[in-house]
Design a protein around this ligand. Sequence first.
Ligand code: NDP
Length: 451
Amino acid sequence: MSYVDEVLELVKEKNASEPLFIQAVTEVFESLKPVIEANEALYRREAILERITEPERQIKFRVPWVDDNGQVRVNTGYRVQFNSAIGPYKGGLRLDKSVTLGMLKFLGFEQVFKNALTTLPMGGGKGGCDFDPKGKSDREIMAFCQSFMTELCKHIGADTDVPAGDLGTGGREIGYMFGQYKRLKNVYEGVLTGKGLTFGGSLARTEATGYGLLYFTKEMLACNGIDIAGKTAAVSGSGNVAIYAIQKAEQMGAKVVTCSDRKGWIYDPEGVDYKILKDIKEVKRTSLAEYVNYRPNAKYTAKAEGDNMDHGVWTVKVDLALPCGRENTIDLEDAKNLVANGVTAVAEGANMPTNLEATKYFQENGVLFAPGKASNAGGVATSGLEMSQNSERLSWSFEEVDAKLHDIMVSIFHAADDAAKKYGMEGNYVAGANIAGFEKVVNAMLAQGVC
Ligand code: NDP
């Protein structure tokens, strides 16, 4: 058995109850085969694959807090410090009732490669809690965040581990967590990114993932002789990534005709108005169903209770598909619908929104496919720029940060493209991104000895 297959078997055995983690490792390992095989004896002796799939540290803790009725509630908090070969651990905090250690291990593993691709000195980590912020009062959110940080603060720091936002963790939550960290540690440092602008946040961080997705997509299309202007696009999700992806697509002359949330999705033939979306989702914090009250020509379709997929979105005929909701929301059937409707490119705004079968189907059918670890790296790249500004005690202008973000996304595309070409897999950006990230991290690990 090859070294890759051997370790994949081991990972499956050791992490049998963590399907998302196994899915992420399988995808990465499949594309790394040519790289590993070219240097198998060294990697085997150094146990590189065993080390890269075993987090350096996993912290699990109790998060007790008191709700508005005086009732004590208890959640489970986690921080997975996956790999620090090229810098302090860096990665978001997910607050969602579906959060498990396996989910955070999948996200942390992906983050290691994504962060390496940005060219900034950041290791990979991820954290979160099975706390559901939906429907909680402001006071309850603050009580939870303070309790969560009371434990987390023992394990993080500006030069150790720098968490950020993710699903369910926005500016409000980061603010409460930062306040508690400062109070407990008596130190004012850039321990979190995604902070408010008055206390060390970076301009353009809010927009970064969505904008970065479009900078990447535009470059990928251009390098394949396609102009993004005039194209139609389907977006899923309607949160931070989706909103700014829609705005930037519009600025580039593309028209986004769909978006979705947990309960349903909309089709707006005139192009989704991101300002209305922002108001509904960020200010009113309500359901997408509201959208049709402002845009009578748009159509809202409710999802069946408990449906976690975005099937409806992917039945619309579009040139570009930009999944920006959450993991595993495009399956083989969706991929077939998109291909039958002539889709040209799929670029992931979310982390692993496309399952393995669907990814393969796109690639086999000539669709340009951008994996999230490359195309959604704009958020963490700008978090890295926020860390630089905090260390310098300076704030850069929006234009300065946006220009750096643009250059980083273009360079990520070329790193993935070049690595794919180097190993004879031209146009396979999944393999290219995995290889480019892997080579950087592994070189650092080998140089640092057995640790
Ligand atoms: P938000 O919490 O801001 O928004 C998530 C959106 O997805 C919400 O509109 C939510 O709906 C929707 N959603 C959740 N579950 C489903 C589902 N099953 N079907 C359809 N829609 C769903 O998160 P972000 O926009 O920040 O993150 C989105 C994705 O991008 C995640 O995978 C995240 O890990 C990834 N990502 C985010 C980065 C960032 O900088 N924000 C950086 C890199 C990756 P509802 O409104 O009903 O809750």
